[in-house]
Design a protein around this ligand. Structure first.
Ligand code: FAD
Length: 410
């Protein structure tokens, strides 16, 4: 079996395939595992280096598959001491987080009254609330889903853009510890630095054409980001029209992150800029104290198009300083920004669904084409765009292969 991509989806698939007794080779274009999980350290106002997440950060409610893999690999979760879901409003401090949570609940209830699935924006239009509060909700939805409120399904109010004040966690030592641990447990090979250019169907199986040559496999799990499997510059694969159609219906989000060292250890916090579509937070780590780093996340294509922050982290840091006068900013030369649309192996942040995408479409995203199987965050109905969705999708791809092998064994 070949697995293309050593992100969470690919590694979850490879782990499951090996557990089912299959020989697996993983192709990974980078020199590291984890894909959009990318943990690094920076120096800030304390002795120990501070772990930052350049990609996925929060382990949220309902991550049962991720928690199972963490148990298996002996990794722990650390409570961040703050809630990903609840953010104070920098532009309108008179509107409280309780106001926002209440409005978010009202929006989620209104979404259920539509006869056909609405966009988040259609729901916002029905809210009989102060315009500044509605705009804050709009910003919150666009930041979290990383797409426009007018494009995304209102179902997001139940998931990634929920307003319920639930806790949030990170993997102790950094989220990338999980893909590293999964990779270390594989007995098959991970071929690093192997950019896959094409998958071709032949009478004797599938040829995977990569940077250093071609090899043949019985089945292939394509666990690549959405942008690498659709569009003109995608990896070449024999995809039928129905597959191209469903892939093209998925929305591609756009997001960036910035990490600024602080001179002093702050309190935990979460503060959002409605106007500039980014939020900032300080959180606890495995040391049991708050990390002296200001983390920031900007989401939606319009936000990244309209701001100099997308090209200059100094510009973004200046915006962050305006909304966080409470913090002692450290050396900006040590700040780290990550613009995921500029990463050629991701070409965006994560996926979201429009109101037009139905369950059947979503099932078709994973439906195999011959013995080519598909997995990734973009294909999970319940945890779309998230680490948990990537893992579930990878495991489903492996289970489909096991079922197909069993069905063909006399
Ligand atoms: P990826 O991790 O992208 O893995 C795909 C792999 O394929 C990569 O390693 C890539 O290098 C490789 N690849 C690409 N092209 C090729 C090729 N041609 N040949 C070979 N290899 C190739 N999720 C959460 O749950 N919580 C969060 O707080 C959160 N925050 C996020 C913040 C940001 C800024 C971003 C970008 C994502 C965030 N996510 C979050 C989403 C999460 O990171 C993803 O859902 C998940 O990591 C995707 O896993 P994947 O395996 O589907 O894709």
């Amino acid at each position: 079996m070949a697995v293309l991509g050593a992100g969470l989806a690919g590694l979850a698939a490879a782990t499951q395939l090996e557990a089912d007794g299959m020989d697996v080779t993983v192709f990974e274009a980078r020199e590291r595992v984890g894909g959009r999980l990318w943990s690094e350290t920076i120096e800030a106002g304390r002795k120990e280096p501070c772990v930052i997440e350049r990609g996925a950060e929060f382990v949220l409610s309902g991550y049962t598959s991720m928690r199972r893999l963490l148990d298996v690999t002996g990794l722990d979760l650390v409570d961040t001491g703050m809630s990903y879901y609840v953010r104070a409003l920098a532009d309108t401090p008179d509107i409280t987080t309780d106001d926002v949570v209440g409005a978010g609940r009202e929006a989620a209830a209104i979404a259920k009254t539509f006869t056909s699935p609405p966009s988040a924006e259609e729901v916002l239009q029905r809210l009989d609330l102060e315009p500044r509060l509605v705009d804050a909700l709009r910003a919150r939805i666009e930041i979290s889903t990383a797409v426009a409120a007018s494009d995304v399904s209102a179902e997001t109010l139940e998931n990634i853009a929920s307003f319920e004040p639930r806790p949030s966690w990170r993997v102790s030592g950094g989220n990338q510890e999980l893909p590293k641990a999964l990779a270390a447990r594989l007995t098959g090979t991970i071929r690093f630095g192997e950019f896959v250019q094409a998958v071709e169907a032949t009478d004797e199986g599938y040829i995977v054409r990569a940077s250093t040559g071609s090899s043949r496999y019985d089945s292939v799990v394509v666990a690549l980001p959405l942008a690498l499997i659709r569009g003109a510059s995608a990896v070449t694969m024999p995809l039928p029209e129905w597959k191209v159609t469903v892939l093209n219906r998925v929305l591609q989000g756009d997001a960036a992150k910035l990490h600024i060292p602080l001179r002093e250890v702050p309190e935990t916090s979460a503060v959002m800029s409605t106007k500039d579509r980014f939020w900032t937070w300080t959180a606890m780590d495995a040391t049991g104290s708050v990390t002296p780093v200001l983390n920031s996340f900007m989401g939606s294509p319009a936000a990244l198009d309209n701001t100099r922050a997308a090209v200059s982290h100094d510009a973004w840091a200046a915006q962050a300083r305006l909304i966080r006068p409470d913090l002692a900013f450290g050396d900006l030369d040590s700040a780290v920004s990550t613009i995921w649309r500029n990463d050629p192996l991701a070409r965006g942040s994560y996926a979201a669904y429009s109101p037009a995408t139905n369950r059947e479409d979503i099932e078709r995203l994973e439906q195999p084409v011959g013995n080519i199987y598909f997995a990734g965050e973009y294909a999970d109905p319940d945890f779309t765009g998230l680490m948990e969705g990537a893992i579930r999708s990878g495991e489903r791809a492996a289970n489909r292969i096991r079922d197909a092998v069993l069905a063909s064994t006399p």
